[in-house]
Write a protein that binds this ligand. Structure first.
Ligand SMILES: *[C@@H]1O[C@H](CO)[C@@H](O)[C@H](O)[C@H]1NC(C)=O
Ligand SMILES: *[C@@H]1O[C@H](CO)[C@@H](O)[C@H](O)[C@H]1NC(C)=O
Ligand SMILES: *[C@@H]1O[C@H](CO)[C@@H](O)[C@H](O)[C@H]1NC(C)=O
Ligand SMILES: *[C@@H]1O[C@H](CO)[C@@H](O)[C@H](O)[C@H]1NC(C)=O
Length: 555
């Protein structure tokens, strides 16, 4: 199957011409140890791989593939001077592509950074690569073997493309990307890193499971690691929210807001401080009677039916099959504002059943009403693309001296925060010895949603410059690190580097909330607070300003 369609090839050649034109105006730097032309890279390529493009981007320039890059149509902007490269690799009957941003030889920090993808999106994620070269990293992103936005029909009866998405495109891209980087600069890479969240979290964990030597340091957020369970749970959620008995019962966005504000008002204080942040969601048992339609004193226009309340409880609870097998952990209290991302479909046709259609059953007519818990067992049996990252014994990675930081927003409404804790727990068991502090630390971020951000009513400190955060922070297009706090105390990637290279273990990271990070108009600090390695929690000293990190300690 041709993964790159004709219009895209066309767009790419147009792109190459435009770049060639644009490149004439700013003076081009001749790199001491490598020139940014296709032939530089062609010489270093194995059979089956080819250079699609090598293009010198001037300082302040932008780069991307535009709208033809379906998964990632936006371009990276405000880049430092670098060489942008696109490599295409034939892969078991299919093919994948990857992109590299190679800073000038003088500004290269001798390090390599691979970045992850999101959801099932196909394409090179240029925007989320952009912070990398600002640090000096040679930075990589893979297209995971397909070009698509939300449509997953590329996976239909296509085991090779499924494998590419599952792990092969990342592994092959990292392997070749590192070799090309070393060849380009004419010297070895000193350290290799990974940064990704969500699907990118899964990709990072998967890579260290199959290849302990790929990275020295790995920064992984909200990993979608149990693909088979997660995708089955997602479909189950559709059946709970759209019960066959009453298809009109689905919960609306304004009802989710009501649910979120009710949970916030009851659970905020449980951690001992009223600050709009639910820091111990596991300790709260909200009373939803106060918003149940029909109960005395409840606004009949702004309430949840008993059935909707039961559905909410199912979403919070871990989901087991009738045989007692865990399908997926429940979402933690405080993520309700994001629940509509999955469930806001008032009919079964629009609900996302692509997993069953294209991955598990190869049946394009598969319908939500066909869901039974067998979907879970069939998914586990098929394990399409071997995407699930559940080989918990990563002692091979530990033996190489590798360091792993896992972080997770507790208000994540898409990936279960408990599922990340589950991953941590299983790893502690699997690597033996019961203590993993020397190489693996898990940080929960109270009030942070999926990978980044915190609801307006919460404004929890969430920003640690991890994947997607700097690239997507409004007002800092092309920014990187933590504006105003570019140090390993505040920047999770710098903290990981210091741990990996200097042995300074990461005992806390100070997370930041900005005054206005929705428009980016005011990126002064609203409040800061440390996040702590599990099982420690940030603990208030009961006297200082709670908005200052210095009033908190990890205990
Ligand atoms: C991104 O870059 C492509 C190729 O140069 C260009 O066609 C497109 O207009 C750019 N998009 C934006 C939003 O700048
Ligand atoms: C699937 O991936 C795991 C790592 O997550 C690996 O240990 C296992 O060997 C792989 N299985 C196959 C059949 O490739
Ligand atoms: C993880 O382990 C802790 C401590 O053993 C336990 O309290 C917690 O319930 C476990 N959580 C999950 C999701 O496995
Ligand atoms: C390691 O320590 C040295 C000496 O203090 C410092 O200059 C360097 O920046 C540190 N490296 C990292 C990655 O933090």
């Amino acid at each position: 199957m041709a993964l790159i369609s004709l219009p895209i090839v066309w767009a790419l050649s147009v792109l190459a011409l435009q770049y060639a034109g644009a490149a004439r105006s700013p003076p081009m730097t001749t790199l001491p140890s490598g020139v940014c032309t296709a032939s530089t890279f062609t010489a270093a390529l194995p059979k089956g791989a080819s250079v699609e493009l090598a293009y010198p981007v001037p300082g302040g320039g932008s780069f991307g593939e535009g709208p033809s890059n379906l998964g990632y149509p936006l371009n990276a902007t405000n880049l430092p001077e670098l060489c942008a490269v696109i490599i295409r690799v034939a892969s078991g009957g299919s093919a994948y592509r990857f992109g590299l941003f190679l800073p000038t030889s003088n500004s290269w920090n001798s390090r390599f950074l691979a970045t992850g993808n999101g959801g099932f999106l196909g394409g090179i994620d240029w925007v989320d690569m952009a912070p990398g070269p600002h640090y000096g990293f040679a930075t990589l992103s893979t297209d995971t073997g397909h070009n698509s936005a939300s449509d997953q029909s590329w996976a239909y009866k296509n085991a090779e493309a499924q494998k590419d998405w599952g792990y092969r495109a990342m592994h092959g891209s990292v392997d070749l990307g590192k070799r090309l980087t070393a060849a380009y600069y004419g010297r070895d890479i000193a350290y290799s890193y990974y940064s990704g969240c969500s699907t990118g979290g899964r990709q990072g964990l998967k890579e260290i499971q199959i290849s302990p030597n790929s990275f020295n340091g790995v920064l992984v957020g909200a990993p979608a690691w149990p693909t088979t369970g997660l995708m089955s749970w997602l479909t189950a959620l559709g059946t709970w929210n759209l019960p066959a008995s009453d298809p009109k019962a689905f919960t609306t966005t304004s009802q989710y807001s009501l649910l979120a504000s009710t949970v916030l008002s009851q659970c905020d204080k449980v951690d001992g401080l009223v600050d709009n942040i639910i820091s111990t969601p596991e300790a709260c048992k909200p009373d939803l009677g106060v918003i149940q339609c029909g109960k005395r004193g409840v606004d009949a226009k702004n309430c949840l039916t008993p059935q909707q309340i039961q559905t909410a409880k199912k979403v919070w609870n871990d989901y087991y099959t009738s045989k007692g097998d865990l399908v997926y952990n429940g979402l933690e209290l405080s993520g309700e504002n994001q629940w509509d991302v999955y469930t806001l479909y008032g009919n079964t046709e629009n609900f996302d059943t692509q997993w069953e259609k294209y991955w598990v059953y190869s049946d394009k007519s598969w319908n939500l009403r066909q869901y039974t818990e067998n979907v879970f067992y069939d998914s586990v049996r098929a394990n399409p693309g071997n995407a699930t990252a559940d080989a918990f014994d990563i002692s091979g990675f530990r033996r190489t001296g590798g360091k792993l930081i896992l972080y997770q927003g507790l208000a994540d409404g898409l990936i279960s925060a408990r599922s990340s804790l589950h991953y941590y727990n299983e790893t502690v068991k699997a690597v033996g010895g019961g203590n993993v502090d020397d190489f693996f630390r898990f940080f929960q971020i109270p009030g942070m949603q999926h990978c980044l951000g915190s609801p307006a009513a919460v404004k929890a400190p969430w920003y640690i410059a991890s994947w997607g955060q700097a690239a997507k922070l409004p007002g800092t297009a092309g920014g990187y690190s933590v504006p105003g706090f570019q140090d390993p105390e505040h920047d999770a990637l710098l903290a990981l580097m210091r741990w990996t290279e200097n042995g300074t273990a990461v005992d806390s990271i100070i997370a930041t909330a900005w005054n206005d990070d929705s428009s980016g108009q005011d990126l002064s600090v609203y409040r800061q607070r440390p996040i702590c390695p599990y099982p420690k929690k940030a603990t208030y000293d009961q006297k200082g300003d709670p908005d200052l990190a210095s009033s908190w300690a990890c205990a």
